[in-house]
Every structure is written in C-alpha cells, then in structure tokens.
Ligand binder design. Structure first.
Ligand SMILES: Nc1ncnc2c1ncn2[C@@H]1O[C@H](COP(=O)(O)OP(=O)(O)O)[C@@H](O)[C@H]1O
Ligand SMILES: [Mg+2]
Length: 497
C-alpha cells in the first residue's frame, strides 16, 4: 500500500480521487439496519452460516444492480435473476418496509488555487420501495449529503434542499421566488420544490432518468456574489437543473476548507474529461459533480461469488464486455477485453498466476466471434473442462482487480483455494487502494488479516449485528499472552449456544 500511496501522491493533481469509506444498509433481507466502515485492502466478514454475510455483499451490489444494470433494461427488475420477487429482498418480506442502501465517499479534489488536495465527504442514500403491481423494487428517494453543508433529498413528491442559512442570506436568498416553500430555522434553511406527480413517476420508474439528469444533461450556471468591499463573504451559487422536471434549484456552495499536500488513503482516480474541465475552473465541490462521483463509484462495484466453472467450458460470444458477472461466466470475454485494452495480458494478473500456478500458462482463444479460456500445463494444452477450479477463481479475482473496481465484494473467498494460495491472494488484495469486503467461513483468512481487518457478523433476535474488534492492539496482545490464535478466539465468539 505504501507504494500505491507514494505513486498517487506524486500524481498530477487534476482528477478527483475517492474511496468508498462506509456502507449503510437498512431492511435488506435479514439486515435491519447497519453501518460498516471500510478500510482500503481486505475487510473480512466472519460469522456463522445464515448470519447475513452474503446479504451484506448483495445489498451493496444491489446499488449497482438497481441504479446501473437494471436501469438500462425494461421492465425494471433489479432483483432478477437472483430472486423471484422484489419482496424477497425486503426485511421480513414486509411490503410496507423500504430498503435503504447508501455509500459514503471520501473524496480528494485537486484545488487549482494552490495545487493541493481538498478533502470532502459525500454520502448518497437511496430508498427503495416495493411496487406490488409490478412486483418490483423501485427507487423512491435519493438523499445526498455533501460535506455536511448541503443536503439534497429527491423523492416522488418533492425536491428538498437544506443549506446553511447565513450563506443563503448573504448570497441574496436564491430560490426565494421559485421554491414552493421555505422554512427558515436557526442555522439552516429548507427550500422545497413540489413536483407534479405525473412527471416524477416517469423519472422514478426509470432510474436511468435520474442518472442522466446528472450525467448527460449537465447544466450548471455558476455565479459568485461578492458584497462590496468584503471579500470574505463571497459565495458561489450554482443551479442544479432537472431538465425532466423543468426545475432549477439554487444551491449555495462553500469553498474548500480542508486542503493538504497529500491525498490520504488514496482512492480511485476518476477520469472524466468534461467534469475535469469544469472542475479545473472552480474551487467548490459542485453538487452535480458530487452526485456524478457517487454514481461513478456505484458503477465500479464488482461482486464475485463462486465461479461457475461449467459455464466456462463452452466458447461464448464476444460482446466486448468489461463487467465481470458475479459467477464469472464471462471471464474469458473480460480477459480478452483487458487484453485488447493493453495489447497483452495484464502484467499484474500474469504475475499472480505465475506465483499461484507456476506450471500453467493461460490465454483466451477467440474464433468466429466466440471466446474461450485456454491453458497449458507443463506445455500440454488444457481445454477449459481441464482447468482447476482454483485457477479459475484466481483468474476471476485477478481480472476483477484489473477492472479497477471502486469496491470489490468477494463471497466465500476460501472456496477452491488452498491455504497458501489464499494467503497469496489476500496479500494481493491488501495492496489495493480500495476496499475489498470478503466473506468467509474459514479460519485462514481471519488469521491472515488479523483483528484490525475483521468484521464479525452475528444474527441476533433484533436483526444482524455487524461489529469490528474494538481494541485490536489489546486483543492481539492478550491472545499472544494466552497462546490463542485469533481465529480460535473469533470462532469461540461466534459459536451459538
Ligand atoms: N426477506 C428476508 N427477510 C428476512 N430474512 C431473510 C430474508 N431473506 C433471507 N433471509 C434470511 O437471511 C439470512 C441470509 O443469510 P446469508 O446472508 O445468506 O448468510 P451467510 O452468508 O452469513 O451464511 C438467512 O438466515 C435467511 O433466512
Ligand atoms: Mg453466505
């Protein structure tokens, strides 16, 4: 990690960097409500069977399914093909409960004033409701919290924005004539814009529309207001335009306050020419940029379950996909895409394979628009059915890393992997500048990563309890004193009576 940090801090400060630092889940399968703070590198979920480990991974991936993947398809069914009904995802299958899933981004933006990184946090929480008529789950509310100074809530009746009152007043009370209602509190002001329900239905039924409001239709008008002779109280007002709703909402922006030489924790680099261009002209985090960053992070979530080795036996049509599906059925295709992008197999992946399977060589064969994973063992050609499961799993994880995920979710990481290979892979994942959440039933990953990176998942009467070890240093010390391994301790804690 030190190497990655070093590299990134030397990088020219042009494009925002971010890391998903927290996930939030409510009412998803057996999870009532939980927050999980993430570290870059491996975060291990450990707990008994049916405690909710997979549910945590699925809930997080559901953001991708619901806001990106399913949003491109009609009818809108984000729970398909994994679940029969949208109801199956809701806690207790209660149609009146709403699912909430959120992520927090730790963002570093390049300030063009002083060539420093400026730190902001952005939180996005999406509320999903059950639609009985269509038997599906629909997004019904979006909440965005930008650096604790700007709160934007978009639901099926209204758009609400909460700003700092002082800066709102100082910037000439923007929106005072256009808002449906204005509530002034002591420190904040709440502007509400009611929405014609006929319009909002079309937007919310197609989350793609919500996304495109921020991404393709990027209309912001910025102006700075300066009080005469007072430079200190200059505010920037930006208008977020919702073209599908015919609404323009003013937001008063705050200049960056926390800037430093280093981007701590080194997150994903975000490359978007248009936004980088816009960004290079401002020293404020615009809400449209904040929301685009959230969607960028969601788009790059990768989920891996146990690879479907059977599906890899047959050549598959090549569509140029750069999304690895959770069972890695399109692994050959993704590897070929990566190969095409680089003109060779990714170096890091080759290194991983030669370390883990020194007697193998792997490549992708393509003929007549079909692709298949081939290998050679001690110089003998091995067709896909002869590939060992562990090699497929290693390739899938290696390919997922090469895709540059914002967050990598791996269920039952130990499956098909020998203890030594598991250690190689966990070491590799620990080098990543982004979080990896890996679920396990095995003591091996737990001992490899230790108390700092372990998250215990227990199913209690009141729903799932997700906890990190409170004082990892103290625990390490006391385990060493008593000659107990960390995994023995953990499995002792998680045994049910
Ligand atoms: N809609 C639901 N409401 C409440 N509980 C559910 C729902 N769907 C599944 N479950 C329960 O949630 C748990 C899922 O656990 P899972 O995440 O697969 O466990 P693990 O991966 O830790 O073995 C199971 O106990 C299952 O019965
Ligand atoms: Mg599981």
């Amino acid at each position: 990690m030190t190497k990655a940090r070093h590299k990134a801090s030397k990088k020219r400060k042009t494009s925002p960097l971010y890391m998903i630092s927290k996930i939030k889940i409510k009412n998803f399968k057996n999870i009532k409500e939980t927050d999980i703070t993430l570290l870059p590198g491996v975060n291990i979920l450990v707990g008994p069977n049916a405690s909710g480990k997979t549910s945590i991974l699925e809930a997080t991936y559901f953001l991708y399914k619901a806001l990106i993947d399913a949003a491109e398809k009609t009818p809108y069914r984000p729970h398909i093909p994994e679940y029969w009904s949208g109801l199956d995802l809701i806690h207790g299958k209660d149609p009146n409960k709403n699912i909430e899933i959120g992520i927090t981004l730790n963002v570093y933006l390049p300030s063009n004033k002083n060539d420093k990184w400026c730190h902001e946090t952005i939180e996005g929480v999406v509320v999903f409701g059950y639609d009985a008529q269509r038997d599906t789950i629909l997004p019904i509310e979006y909440n965005f919290l930008i650096s604790n100074y700007l709160y934007l809530k978009i639901n099926t009746n209204s758009i609400e924005i909460i700003m700092n009152k002082e800066s709102w007043e100082a910037s000439g009370k923007p929106g005072r004539n256009s808002a449906s209602s204005i509530i002034e509190k002591k420190n904040k002001v709440i502007l509400t814009y009611n929405i014609d329900p006929r319009r909002i239905t079309s937007v919310f039924l197609h989350p793609r529309a919500i996304i495109s409001m921020y991404e393709t239709d990027f209309h912001i008008i910025n102006y700075a207001i300066k009080k005469k002779g007072d430079n200190r109280s200059s505010y920037k007002v930006s208008f977020i335009r919702f073209p599908l709703l015919d609404i323009e909402i003013p937001v008063v922006l705050r200049p960056f306050t926390e800037c430093s030489e280093e981007a701590k924790g080194i997150p994903v680099s975000w490359d978007n020419m248009l936004l980088n261009f816009l960004l290079s002209k401002v020293d404020y985090l615009d809400p449209s940029l904040a929301i685009s960053l959230l969607f960028d992070a969601i788009r790059k979530i990768v989920f891996l379950r146990h690879p479907d080795a059977g599906a890899l036996r047959e050549p598959r049509p090549f569509t140029g996909s750069n999304r690895l599906n959770p069972r890695a059925q399109n692994l050959a295709e993704v590897l070929l895409t990566l190969h095409g992008r680089l003109g060779r197999m990714p170096e890091r992946l080759e290194e991983l394979i030669s370390k883990a399977f020194p007697e193998f060589r792997v490549w992708v064969d393509s003929k007549f628009g079909r692709v298949v994973l081939m290998s050679e063992w001690r110089g003998i050609e091995m067709p896909p059915p002869n590939l060992p499961d562990g090699l497929i799993k290693t390739l899938a994880i290696g390919a997922a890393i090469e895709l540059g995920p914002s967050l990598l979710l791996i269920d039952e990481i130990e499956n098909s992997l020998h203890a030594n290979l598991l250690e190689i892979i966990i070491d590799e994942l620990n080098q990543l500048p982004v979080p990896v959440i890996a679920a396990t039933h095995s003591p091996i990953p737990v001992d490899i990563v230790g108390p700092e990176r372990t998250i215990v998942v227990l199913s209690e009467r009141d729903g799932v309890v997700v906890e990190r070890i409170r004082d990892p240093v103290k625990l390490r010390k006391s385990l060493a004193e008593h000659g107990v391994t960390f995994s023995d301790y953990i499995y002792g804690v998680t045994v049910k009576d």
